[in-house]
Design a protein around this ligand. Structure first.
Ligand SMILES: Cc1cc2nc3c(=O)[nH]c(=O)nc-3n(C[C@H](O)[C@H](O)[C@H](O)COP(=O)(O)O)c2cc1C
Length: 470
């Protein structure tokens, strides 16, 4: 057996601070609890459940704006709760961190509507409070409705959004890693030195999109830079992701295409001076499992009665920026250039897709590949996917919440463990260390390194200390 074949599977739960997330319509299932998303106990219970299942993380999607492309209004979005209402994801993290020790949190924040300083401060603070378990899913937005809400004149061009993201990130690196030396905090009560003044440095940034000068207000946190997640798949998106991301989230349902995407990601990472495995690649999936294959199929049949493929298409319409309600079920949907998620929209260029095709993909209301079966059957399929494609793990959507995660933990995890493909205990350390086994900080080969502050030339004796203690 090669090393690749024995790869341990990484696992994130994929969720959102909302009722409908991916698998639309299932909120109407009698056992579904997602309508309790505005209660803290819903999230703290979920965090404890996931930690019992040794999940690596909870990946929280987010959207600024509403899905108003389908039928050119938000009626279905409101009726089916298609990510509306949706609340701020960062507000959930401290509470979940308080009831867990190991679970990581990948939180989506759209940088287009943030100032780098305020954002960097919030995430550095969360890195402290979670003791190094915070990650950031870097998104730049793709909805015109968001632009109107924020008061902008319209979406920036797709590639320009990534240019802005590059500079936003560069500035965040300066705050997180360029302002405070590792040992700046001294907490020396005897000498009355909380922070050593010579070890905190001003950052200066005069860029195209942003200007900033001054010291960062947050002391160095366990990971300094949060673990960086990204999902861009267009050529420009991929260039950005392979330069910066530590975890890339991909969609896809054909193993060969996924494998090609994985190779592309790893090749590009190497071209940018990183190691092929510096990037962990997660595939979004949906699982319905039961004690036997038959029970799982019956559960799927039952869930389907509540799912809304149409709501799934409304979500899809906004993802690609095309109103799918305008097409007949059997009409091939023509490619139209839009300013939305280029990688999803590209499919219409290369494949003959009808609404009927999309509806059969969305039988549970979501677009992610659906895996159905007993725990051992699902485990075998997941292992096969990992081995065939070279991905590192999965972002697991919820169906009926929280029972789908409970089912997965009770039925699939033990089967993965028995096959030696899933951890049986957490390692200690930060989220970054757990994912990469290389310590808490990003490696030197990462672009952050050029923004790190270097300790001033070591003086033989610390003249500052001599001065104040004289
Ligand atoms: C699997 C996947 C998940 C995504 N999750 C989010 C999200 O939670 N919030 C968001 O604003 N954008 C999300 N996006 C959109 C991406 O962040 C990005 O805007 C989009 O992929 C455009 O980049 P691209 O054109 O380079 O693919 C997601 C995209 C993909 C493919």
């Amino acid at each position: 057996m090669t090393k690749e074949v024995q790869k341990q599977i990484l696992l994130n739960a994929f969720d959102m601070n909302s009722v409908g997330h991916i698998n639309h319509g299932l909120w109407t299932h009698p056992r579904d609890q997602s309508h309790r998303f505005n209660e803290l106990s819903y999230w703290t219970d979920l965090a404890k459940t996931l930690e019992n299942g040794l999940f690596d993380g909870l990946f929280i999607a987010d959207i600024t704006g509403v899905y108003d492309v389908y039928q050119n209004n938000i009626d279905l979005t409101l009726r089916e709760s298609i990510q509306l209402p949706s609340h701020d994801p960062t507000t959930l993290v401290s509470a979940m961190a308080a009831v867990t020790q190991h679970l990581g949190f990948g939180v989506t924040v759209n940088l287009s509507y943030e100032t780098p300083y305020q954002f960097a401060r919030r995430f550095a603070s969360l890195d402290h409070l979670t003791q190094g378990r915070i990650g950031w899913n870097i998104v730049t937005g793709y909805l015109d409705s968001a632009e109107r809400l924020i008061g902008h004149s319209g979406l920036k061009d797709h590639d320009l959004r990534y240019e802005q993201a590059e500079e936003f990130l560069q500035l965040c690196y300066k705050y997180w890693e360029g302002s405070w030396e590792n040992d700046a905090i001294q907490k020396d009560k005897a000498h009355r030195i909380f922070t050593h003044p010579k070890k905190v440095h001003e950052i200066r940034h005069q860029g195209h999109f942003y200007q900033s000068q001054g010291i960062f207000q947050v002391a160095p946190s366990p990971q300094r830079t949060p673990v960086l997640f990204q999902a861009g798949a267009s050529p420009r998106g991929l260039a950005f992701a392979t330069a910066h991301a530590e975890c890339i989230f991909i969609g896809g349902d054909q193993p060969e295409k996924i494998r090609q995407q994985v190779l592309k990601i790893r090749d590009q990472a190497v071209l940018r001076g990183r190691q092929a495995n510096d990037i962990k690649i997660f595939l979004g999936i949906t699982v319905v499992t039961g004690e036997t294959d038959q029970i799982a199929q019956e559960k799927l049949t039952e869930y389907r009665q509540y799912a809304s493929p149409e709501a799934g298409l409304a979500h899809y319409s906004s993802s690609v920026g095309i109103d799918l309600s305008k097409f007949a079920d059997d009409e091939v949907i023509p490619y139209q250039k839009s300013n939305s998620i280029a990688s999803v929209n590209e499919k219409f260029k290369t494949e003959q897709i009808t609404k009927n095709d999309l509806k059969s993909q969305h039988i549970l209301g979501g677009r992610y590949p659906l895996i159905v079966g007993s725990g051992s059957n699902v485990a075998e399929q997941l292992i096969q996917l990992i081995d065939d494609t070279g991905i590192d793990g999965f972002n697991l959507t919820r169906t009926v919440a929280p029972e789908s995660h409970q089912d997965f933990i009770a039925l699939v995890i033990p089967e993965l463990q028995q096959r030696g493909r899933y951890k049986t205990a957490y390692e200690t350390g930060s989220l970054r260390h757990k994912l990469h086994q290389q310590g808490d900080y990003l490696p030197k080969s990462h672009p952050v390194d050029q923004f790190r502050c270097r300790p001033l030339k070591q003086e033989k004796n610390d003249t500052y200390l001599q001065h104040i203690t004289a």
